[in-house]
Write a protein that binds this ligand. Structure first.
Ligand SMILES: NC(=O)c1ccc[n+]([C@@H]2O[C@H](COP(=O)([O-])OP(=O)(O)OC[C@H]3O[C@@H](n4cnc5c(N)ncnc54)[C@H](O)[C@@H]3O)[C@@H](O)[C@H]2O)c1
Ligand SMILES: N[C@H](CO)Cc1c[nH]c[nH+]1
Ligand SMILES: [Zn+2]
Length: 427
């Protein structure tokens, strides 16, 4: 049962503490397990990866790597309507992310000094595509399309095998659509560790991106430093701010759309209307029995769901900024009014006709987003996540001469006389 907190109820600090515990508590539980998996994969390579695949996924694929020829063979198993929806979604995602591309730049002054920045794609990137309790072809597009636009030379995808040890055909179709270079059927913390260290069959990469459950998110966190990562993109979250013009039927549906991802997912409604709050509870009760993942939804809403009646929209916005949700829906008479007031949120959905799943699948912005309050400092996955920059400096003899006094002064103040000497020898 989702908890309903009426005006003046004891929500506030207690619930924020409970939500924060969601991260800490689950992290504590899995932290040790994940570090053991990482260490075993580091030492045991493919053998350890295979053992964990059998243990956690329940089946071993005949082969870990799927060639592009084999991927094409799976296309005939996909629904034609799915394939055309996938290609339309891919176009929207390409269009949105193409606008993010930054250009290298070089500037030359009148005195011949040239400086600039070269921007290029990372060489080898690992993308994690979840596949435990659901398959996520949409996450293939969200990970790989910005990587391609950034100019990544090699995109290595990992995803858990199906319960039969076989690849999911829809995920293979998405990998072909998005231009993934190599695909390995490995999931969980063992996949992240394999990409970070490299094994006999799985290549070591420079950066690992992509969403996943708590094991995947914890493994990325623990391996940061051995490898670069994009962010902590763990169990999904939705927070909705609604005034009295919102529609309870929509609110209930949207809360459950994210609760269905994971028993650790979180769904919160903050509304100024007691009537809307009560009707949303009723709508959840009405809609949930018809949903295939109702058990996951019920468990998620039970622990990490809440409907809270706030004093004002300002109070709701302040709460939201404090929680920094992955997804924020603003269902209000004038949603545009809130654009400047939202400080912390991964992706914001404005108005009654911009439901969260529109962003998950189709609109174009990335659905790989920071969770657990990390939207305070992380941004959505983007083309920027896949680039690196190098700076370039060219000075002429006369330009160096006019700068030499300042450089020598700064070097000597730091006590670094060899630095100063490097300038002096050119005088
Ligand atoms: N934040 C985002 O951007 C975003 C986007 C999409 C999905 N998600 C999240 O991705 C997750 C997908 O989760 P999923 O489970 O379906 O797929 P997953 O691929 O993330 O996880 C499956 C893997 O978890 C590992 N695992 C399962 N139980 C384990 C255990 N007891 N010990 C060690 N390892 C274990 C297994 O190796 C398995 O292969 C959900 O939490 C969803 O909310 C987040
Ligand atoms: N809502 C998820 C991000 O938290 C992304 C997703 C993919 N498919 C469906 N939903
Ligand atoms: Zn979703």
């Amino acid at each position: 049962m989702i908890q309903l907190v009426k005006k003046g109820g004891s929500f506030g600090r207690d619930f924020i503490r409970q939500l924060k515990l969601r991260n800490e508590e689950s992290n504590r539980q899995v932290e040790t397990a994940v570090s053991e998996i990482i260490e075993n994969v580091r030492l045991g390579g493919d053998t350890a990866v295979r053992d964990y695949t059998l243990k956690f996924d329940g089946a071993l694929p005949d082969q870990t790597e799927i060639s592009s020829g084999e991927m094409k063979g799976f296309l005939s198993q996909c629904e034609p309507d799915f394939l055309s929806a996938l290609s339309r979604a891919a176009e929207n995602i390409k269009d949105f992310h193409s606008r993010q591309k930054q250009q290298s730049w070089f500037n030359t002054d009148e005195d011949g000094v040239m400086m600039g920045q070269r921007i290029r794609g990372l060489s080898k990137v690992g993308i994690y595509v979840p596949g435990g309790t659901a398959a996520y072809p949409s996450s293939v597009l969200m990970n790989a399309i910005p990587a391609k636009i950034a100019g990544v030379q090699e995109i290595i995808m990992v995803t858990p095998p199906g319960k039969d040890g076989k690849p999911n055909p829809d995920i293979m179709a998405a990998a072909l659509t998005a231009g993934v270079d190599r695909v390995f059927l490995v999931g969980g913390a063992q996949a992240v560790a394999a990409l970070a260290f490299g094994t006999e069959t799985i290549p070591k990469v420079d950066k690992i991106v992509g969403p996943g459950n708590i094991y995947v998110a914890t493994a990325k966190k623990q391996l940061y430093g051995t490898v670069d990562i994009d962010m902590i993109a763990g169990p999904s979250e939705i927070l909705i701010i609604a005034d009295e013009t919102a529609k309870p039927e929509f609110l209930a549906a949207d809360l459950m759309s994210q609760a269905e991802h994971d028993v650790l997912a979180s769904a919160i409604l903050l509304t100024t209307s007691e009537e809307i709050a009560e009707q949303t509870v009723a709508q959840i009760d009405r809609q949930m029995p018809g949903l295939s993942r109702k058990e996951i939804i019920a468990r998620s809403l039970d622990r990490f769901g809440a409907i809270v009646v706030c004093e004002s929209m300002e109070e709701a916005v302040a709460f939201s900024n404090e929680l920094a949700p992955e997804h924020l829906e603003v269902c209000a008479a004038n949603p545009m009014e809130y654009i400047g007031k939202i400080d912390n949120a991964g992706s914001v959905f404005l108005g009654n006709y911009s439901p969260e799943p529109l962003g998950d699948y189709f609109a174009g912005p990335n659905h790989v987003l920071p969770t657990s309050g990390t939207a305070r400092f992380f941004s959505p996955l983007s083309v920027d996540s896949f680039i690196k920059k190098s700076s370039f400096i060219y000075y002429t003899e006369s330009a160096l001469k006019s700068a030499q006094k300042d450089i020598i002064q700064l070097a000597e103040t730091e006590g670094l006389t060899a630095h100063a000497n490097s300038i002096k020898v050119r005088r």
